[in-house]
Design a protein around this ligand. Structure first.
Ligand SMILES: [Zn+2]
Length: 134
């Protein structure tokens, strides 16, 4: 399973927003957004399985900091949490593959433990991702 990412410049987070792109890198999208006076970037993540089928699509908005001297650290809007259903050990990850590696190691080291995966979206809370261990 891997994630394909691309970027759009957009003028708002509303349903009826103007979008421009896609771009392969965040820097390209950001440069274009600034040229157009757009205040947001949109990151699309396609989670692909080993047959290159899209299993999940995620959209993550990033607000561009207004002025260069007021650069705000960008907090990822979505983080991944793994938690072992058996012993309760947990961890946080930025990327899906990191969560998989954590689960692989944990389930290898602890026979019959089962790791669950949760996605945390800002303002939306925690959502379990089912069937992620195929
Ligand atoms: Zn465990």
């Amino acid at each position: 399973m891997y994630i394909e990412t691309f970027w759009m410049a957009c003028d708002s987070t509303e349903q009826l927003r103007a979008e421009y792109g896609p771009f392969h890198t965040r820097a390209q999208a950001e440069a274009e957004a600034r040229k157009l006076g757009f205040g947001y970037l949109l990151r699309y993540e396609h989670v692909l399985d080993e047959n290159e089928e899209i299993r999940e699509v995620r959209c993550i908005f990033l607000e561009l900091p207004g002025a260069a001297e007021a650069v705000v650290p960008v907090v990822p809007a979505i983080s991944l949490h793994t938690r072992c259903a058996t012993c309760g050990q947990s961890a946080t990850h930025d990327k899906a593959w990191q969560a998989e590696v954590w689960a692989d190691i944990h389930e290898f080291e602890h026979t019959r433990h089962r790791v669950r995966l949760f996605e945390h979206a800002r303002g939306k809370g925690l959502k379990e991702i089912g069937g992620w261990r195929g």
